[in-house]
Design a protein around this ligand. Structure first.
Ligand code: FE2
Length: 291
């Protein structure tokens, strides 16, 4: 099966492109790396494309891209994905720095792009916003958590890191504890998009920046149970929830099967497991109902 190795970028539709660009640049601290009519492309300060914005009628997350092996043969990948009843199409220049990608949809209708080649969009920018290090994970609400989780296992090679109960899965495609998560809910929508910060002082300065810009902190700082990341959440003007986090659990050796031991783990070794309900945080405020 094609093994996703890294998340590339997330695509959002927005009814107000300029307002969203302003937030992603001046609050989140991404760099506007390209404009193409009603599309905008945003990169981290080290030049990785992480967000694509399309002006449209509503605000929602429409797509994700994942990097696969640079040695992958697209013909083989098409065959492997085709075995699941899908018909991926090869597309060229779908975004700056992406010469080609295989495009298809997951069961909840999110457009997926698998790419094997990419280039940096500039480097070492100074940014006015938070300036995260990388895109870490994207979480979705979906009525069909088990079906979508199985799709990411079977078609893209993800592994389940943890469940909360039978309604919230956390999946990895590399050392990071989770790169996609799926939580059961009434209709498919973004739960949040998460960016890695450098350290706790970066989280603190992110909170100060949100405060200075009168952007409400919706939840956190908090230390989660599954993944054990310290996280803080706010919303962009469209209502998309954005997380900054540090300290996410790492599984550096799949054969060993446990996450790197850390002082805050209650299980030693910490292995993938099913967490009981209401274990969203080890410490910190409980999740507000609206978050
Ligand atoms: Fe998260």
């Amino acid at each position: 099966m094609p093994k996703a190795r890294r998340i590339g970028h997330a695509t959002f539709e927005t009814p107000d492109l300029e307002r969203e660009i302003d937030h992603w640049v001046n609050v989140v601290g991404l760099v506007l790396a390209g404009r193409d009519g009603k599309r905008a492309y945003l990169a981290t300060k080290v030049g990785q494309l992480v967000v694509e914005l399309h002006e449209g009628s509503q605000s929602h997350c429409t797509g994700l891209s994942f990097e696969i092996s640079p040695n992958a043969d697209y013909k083989d990948v098409v065959k492997e994905i085709g075995a699941h009843g899908l018909t991926p199409a090869l597309a060229n220049d779908t975004a700056p720095g992406l010469p080609d990608a295989l495009v298809f949809e997951d069961p909840k209708g999110t457009k997926l792009q698998l790419f094997r080649e990419w280039r940096f969009l500039g480097d070492h920018h100074t940014v006015p916003g938070v300036g995260p290090m990388k895109l870490g994970h994207v979480a979705f609400v979906t009525p069909e958590v088990h079906k979508v989780t199985k799709f990411y296992e079977d078609v893209l090679g993800f592994k389940v890191s943890d469940w909360i109960g039978d309604y919230f899965s956390f999946m990895r495609c590399g050392a990071d504890h989770h790169t996609v998560n799926f939580v059961k809910g009434g209709r498919t929508q973004l739960a949040h998009i998460a960016f890695e910060a450098k350290d706790m002082s970066h989280i603190l300065s992110a909170c100060d920046l949100l405060g200075q810009k009168n952007v409400d902190i919706e939840w956190g700082p908090v230390r989660h149970g599954p993944g054990h990341n310290v996280a803080v959440y706010h919303r962009d003007p469209d209502g998309n929830t954005i997380e900054f986090y540090i300290d996410l659990d790492q599984m550096v050796d799949e054969d060993l099967g446990y996450f790197q031991p850390r002082p805050w783990h209650r299980d030693l070794p910490q292995r993938p497991k099913v967490w009981p309900p209401e274990t969203s945080q080890i410490w910190g405020m409980k999740k507000p109902v609206a978050a």
